[in-house]
Design a protein around this ligand. Structure first.
Ligand code: CP
Ligand code: NVA
Length: 301
């Protein structure tokens, strides 16, 4: 009997053992060209620099051929239903990656797709980013379990996947977020169920105290442009990662950001480009982590 198709829409679609395997494999060159003679469709409803390039190159490194598609080309639920787009792409490709506005579109594609569907960012989650983030922590400290990752800012897609990934990997996740921009109870329950509850506080200094990695992301994510003014009011003046805040972290702490950043808003240029910053290894790790994840999903007998 054929094994069930594996989709990765969030980090907890992987077990703790699988996550550890992916992080270890990401540090090595690919073992097998699991995509030789096959393609991967990469569908983007939103702009992308890191995700498109890291995924295209990961597919090439596995011997495959990536085909990137702008959302408008296929017209999700306009020209054709999300389900029929997934069924169509699966006729030609060994896997489908999609970056969508609405997470439910990914769930609908995964429900019918005969090939793996991988979330390349939705309003709810960014698991490929979290894999690269955890890989960067592992490279820096030799392990992820037992480390503390502090996140300052919006409880967004990046934060949710990082919190779940940290829980699966056995790291502590401490988060400073203003009221009104925190995780819902269901998110906190999912994080706890993944392995370890998140610690949520109001004060950035309290979250960052003694942390090994300090992480932030933009206050206004793609698709939230209409909320920009309200969001600036909620975050500005208190939730910027600056050198003073970094001094509260462990002496060997690193700074991480998924990018693109808004220097001067969620992080000062001094921290973003400073000695503790690992944003460029983190960006490179997107490719290594993606390659290792695809190898795990596609290396079926
Ligand atoms: N971090 C990240 O996903 O970057 P892009 O939006 O440029 O792909
Ligand atoms: N939270 C950001 C991440 C971009 C990579 C967004 O969704 O726009």
């Amino acid at each position: 009997m054929k094994p069930p198709v594996r989709h990765v829409l969030e980090v907890d679609d992987l077990s703790a053992d699988e996550l550890a395997l992916v992080l270890d494999a990401a540090a090595r060159p690919p073992e097998k060209p699991v995509l030789a003679g096959r393609g991967m469709a990469l569908l983007f409803e939103k702009p992308s620099a890191r995700t498109r390039h890291s995924m295209e190159m990961a597919v090439v490194q596995l011997g495959g051929h990536p085909v990137s598609i702008a959302g408008g080309e296929v017209g999700i639920d306009a020209r054709e239903s999300a389900e029929d787009i997934a069924r169509t792409l699966a006729c030609y490709h060994a896997a489908i990656g999609a970056r969508v506005f609405d997470h439910r579109v990914l769930e609908r594609m995964a429900a019918v797709s005969p090939v793996p569907v991988v979330n390349m960012l939705s309003d709810a989650a960014h698991p490929l980013q979290a894999l690269a983030d955890l890989l960067t922590v592992q490279q820096e400290f030799g392990d992820v379990a037992g480390r503390t990752i502090a996140y300052v800012g919006d409880a967004n897609n990046v934060a949710r996947s990082l919190a779940i990934g940290a829980a699966v990997a056995g790291a502590e996740f401490a988060m400073a977020t203003p009221e009104g921009h925190r995780f819902a109870d269901a998110d906190l329950e999912r994080i706890a169920a993944a392995g370890r509850p998140a610690r949520v506080v109001d004060d950035p200094a309290e979250a960052v105290d003694g942390a090994h990695a300090v992480y932030t992301d933009v206050w206004v994510s793609m698709g939230q442009e209409e909320e920009a003014a309200e969001r600036m009011d909620a975050f500005a003046g208190r939730y910027t990662v600056d050198e003073q805040l970094m001094s509260r972290a462990a002496p060997d702490a690193i700074f991480l950001h998924c990018l693109p950043a808004r220097p001067g808003l969620e992080v000062t240029p001094e921290v973003l480009y400073g000695a503790q910053s690992r944003i460029w290894p983190q960006a490179e790790n997107r490719m290594h982590a993606a390659r290792a994840l695809l190898a795990l999903l596609l290396d079926t007998p």
